[in-house]
Design a protein around this ligand. Structure first.
Ligand SMILES: Cc1ncc(COP(=O)(O)O)c(C=O)c1O
Length: 473
């Protein structure tokens, strides 16, 4: 153990004897000491060199942990004077460290001619068919009779166990397997929550803009949407009226959809405090944050307060949307009722697919697949950025590209009307306007969403060249 902090020393230790990566160990310990106030805003922390030497670990490990803490707003570096704890990152009654753990919606097929920059679609031709088929064959051959019959609405025990480990390790989500409910994608998870938590005229706070299908799921339940504007860091939590009593706040904190911001810790804390004061829930949709290009994935909001945050995940982006497997991580008090709603909806998600997926994760294929796909997407993302810059130079700015499978392009002098989008389509390129997802229309007309997950580098270059042709004509 080594001391960390100025006059008030505390101890930091790392071990190579568990399967939590060293970066995560350093990151977690510093984060919790900031959240619980042991390290205060403005306080200096050791340089990466100093800490690495004291812990006898590589400096790169500490640098990566620091980068992550900087990205989330916990610490900041001041040129020439060192690294300091960020202001406003103290969370009263931070329970995240002592919670114990028990161990674009439609996918219609386009004309092959069209280069489709649709967001949220992974590289469909790179689905790991061979491994999946091998595991599935084994699963079918060894299936026990009870596994062939009706299952439980919450999902198979095997998948929920594997997932609770995976989520703790990779996303900082604290839960036991019994808090997980397997759903048919994130979409069903959202519908279940809407049914459970919304009565006629209840208020839901949403980000503006946010996926319009999600707005529809909530408003179809008779609720009133209360949009809060989003900036480059995500939801402007300072604009949430303190007297509002919503049923829940819906956020995409790891990668705001569509604008791409990462919600800093100060805003996360504001959300948690708002939930604690008003008794509402925070619904965290973590749809694509496994693909982060300049560091490990951002930690979940759920980890800050698992009693008030409902976490939603999906395998649609990391594996395949056709699989239709997603999940809810629920506070204990909501488990029974969500289970009932899932049962009335469709009894349960296919057991065969769940067992295959559990084995796929258990045998390490998921982590390997994510690592491989991150490289593929990183290349596509770089190609897209280069193509945009060389075609449009300083007439555009690019936002929200650090994570996920899409980025945002803001044009200085162009508004993307329906007519213009159709003109681009007539040149065989499909692009999407941010304004489609706006609650208050008209504020984001000059921004487009370019999804690159399912577009090859050659097609990306061709598509952006064609876009330039159309916009110049
Ligand atoms: C922000 C967001 N959440 C959730 C989903 C739904 O994903 P799923 O396929 O798991 O239903 C999408 C789909 O693109 C999305 O963009």
């Amino acid at each position: 153990m080594v001391p960390l902090g100025g006059e008030k020393m505390f101890w930091l230790s790392v071990t190579k004897e568990n399967d939590i990566p060293l970066i995560r160990q350093v990151y977690d310990q510093i984060k919790h000491r900031i959240l619980n106030g042991q390290l205060k805003g403005g306080e200096r922390i050791p340089s990466s060199r100093e800490l690495a030497a004291n812990l006898c670990i590589s400096r790169n490990v500490v640098l990566e942990a620091y980068e992550q803490l900087i990205a989330e707003g916990f610490i900041e570096t001041k040129q020439g004077s060192g690294t300091f704890v960020g202001q406003g990152a103290f969370l009263e009654q931070d329970i995240s460290s002592n919670v114990k753990t028990k161990i674009n919606l439609t996918t219609s097929n386009d004309d092959q001619e069209i280069i489709n920059f649709r967001s949220g679609i992974p590289a469909l031709n790179l689905f790991p068919k061979k491994v999946w088929a091998q595991i599935a064959k084994e699963v079918y051959q060894n299936m026990e009779p009870q596994e062939i019959g009706y299952g439980n609405p919450e999902g198979t025990t095997q998948l929920r166990k594997v997932l609770s480990n995976y989520l703790l390790k990779t996303r900082g989500v604290y839960c036991s397997p019994d808090q997980i409910l397997i759903t048919s994608g994130a979409t069903q998870a959202l519908s279940i929550l809407a049914k459970l938590l919304l009565k006629q005229n209840d208020t839901v706070i949403i980000e503006d803009p946010v996926t319009y299908e999600i707005q529809n799921i909530f408003s179809n339940q008779g609720s009133t949407l209360y949009p809060i504007p989003v900036d480059e860091k995500g939801m402007r939590t300072d604009l949430i009226p303190s007297n509002l009593k919503p049923s829940f706040v819906f956020v995409t904190p790891s990668h705001q959809f569509p604008l791409g911001g990462i919600l800093p810790i100060q805003r996360r804390i504001e959300l948690i405090q708002f939930a604690r004061q008003t008794g509402c829930y925070i619904v965290e949709d973590d749809y694509d944050s496994e693909f982060r290009y300049n560091g490990p994935p951002i930690s979940s909001l759920q980890g800050l307060d698992p009693e008030f945050v409902i976490y939603i995940g999906t395998f649609s982006k990391i594996l395949s949307p056709g699989l239709r497997i997603g999940y809810l991580v629920l506070p204990q008090t909501l488990i029974e009722r969500c289970r009932d709603i899932k049962w009335y909806a469709d009894l349960h998600t296919s057991s065969f697919e769940q067992i295959t997926l559990a084995k796929f994760i258990e045998e390490g294929h998921l982590e390997r697949h994510i690592t491989k796909m991150r490289r593929v997407y990183e290349k596509r993302r770089k190609t897209l950025i280069q193509a945009l810059v060389s075609n449009f130079s300083d007439t555009i700015s690019i936002h929200g590209d650090s994570t996920g499978l899409h980025l945002i392009v803001e044009f200085k002098n162009i508004d993307f009307s329906e007519e213009l989008l159709n003109k681009v389509l007539s040149n065989n390129v499909r692009i999407y306007s941010v304004d489609t997802h706006s609650y208050h229309k008209g504020k984001h007309l000059n921004k487009i969403i370019l999804g690159y997950g399912n577009v090859t580098t050659e097609k990306i270059i061709e598509g952006i060249t064609k876009l330039k042709e159309t916009l110049s004509s």
